[in-house]
Design a protein around this ligand. Structure first.
Ligand SMILES: C[S@@+](CC[C@H](N)C(=O)[O-])C[C@H]1O[C@@H](n2cnc3c(N)ncnc32)[C@H](O)[C@@H]1O
Length: 280
């Protein structure tokens, strides 16, 4: 699909090979397009969980022929929004990434603050912040990692659009909206509303024309509508695997501390089986 003014080469060319959890997958087409245009040599993700966003980053790097690494940082222990994880989650993610993206994927099993010491100042081209979503945690993640960003650096913030209206009381513990509103005053920025929201912040001073066209667009409404529609297609693919997408109002239940037997975990377990069959 092209629009009268834009051609989205990467978003049109690629489709997800791993859909493990529903909350981020609507942004996969934008991730493809951004990585295809930015050619980031170093990507860092803070919060990899079951690997949906991370696998999309690796897939785009591979498809675009980028000679670089994608680092997924996570303790794979869980947090206040997600509950605690079983050890098998990490083993499954590690096995998949080693098998599918040995040239690009590197998993770092550390706390985000400790992992920051592994990266030089000015070395990261694309940072995805998707760990614990309280204001304090997201501010700490942004401020700790900002000095690591390169002159081409772009930072993505997931969950800028988790509101009380859409997600109930659980949204009160989400501070990404507040942090993004603060930092966007200082940088070129863009934002998607769909799939719980994705904030895009250009923290580097250099921007190529293809990247500028995407995140500082002349026609923001067209960009938003295109990626929301593409994201919806991915969400429908996920749904077709037999797992109901959580509605906005269910976010609180899905992300609260319910332990391993919560219904959403059972649904994701069944999805994992279907996904293994479909995407193997
Ligand atoms: C919302 S999930 C990430 C979702 C993932 N990006 C996806 O595509 O589904 C957040 C993850 O961040 C991890 N996490 C949160 N705070 C952390 C910290 N300070 N250090 C390491 N991992 C952390 C949690 O274990 C969890 O796996």
């Amino acid at each position: 699909m092209t629009t009268p003014n834009y051609t989205f080469t990467w978003a049109e060319q690629l489709s997800p090979r791993l859909l493990k959890s529903p909350w981020w997958i609507g942004h996969i087409p934008f991730a493809y397009e951004l990585i295809g245009r930015l050619h980031p040599r170093t990507i860092v993700e803070l919060g990899t969980y079951s690997g949906s966003s991370f696998a999309a980053f690796c897939q785009a790097m591979q498809a675009a022929g980028v000679d670089g690494k994608c680092y997924g940082v996570d303790l794979w222990e869980g947090d206040i929004h997600m509950g605690r994880f079983d050890e098998s989650l990490f083993e499954e993610v590690r096995g998949y990434m080693q098998r599918e993206y040995p040239m690009h994927a590197v998993l770092i099993r550390k706390d985000f603050n400790s992992a920051a010491d592994d990266f030089n100042a000015g070395s990261i081209d694309l940072l995805h912040i998707d760990g614990t979503h309280t204001y304090e945690a997201v501010s700490n993640d942004f401020n700790t990692w900002l000095p690591k960003m390169s002159s081409r650096g772009v930072v993505l913030f997931h969950d800028t659009n988790v509101t009380v209206e859409k997600a109930g009381e659980a949204a009160l513990r989400f501070g990404v909206r507040r942090l993004f509103d603060e930092v966007k005053a200082s940088y070129t920025h863009f934002e998607f509303d769909h799939c719980w929201g994705l904030g895009v912040l250009l923290v580097g001073s250099e921007v190529s024309e293809p990247v500028r066209e995407l995140i500082q667009p002349d026609d923001p409404a067209t960009i938003k509508a295109y990626f929301a529609a593409k994201g919806e297609v991915v969400s429908r693919q996920f749904e077709a695997l037999g797992v109901e997408l959580p509605k906005h109002g269910e976010y609180s239940q899905s992300h609260s501390n319910q332990g391993e037997t919560a219904p959403w975990r059972q649904r994701l377990g069944r999805l994992a089986e279907s996904a293994r069959r479909l995407f193997a």
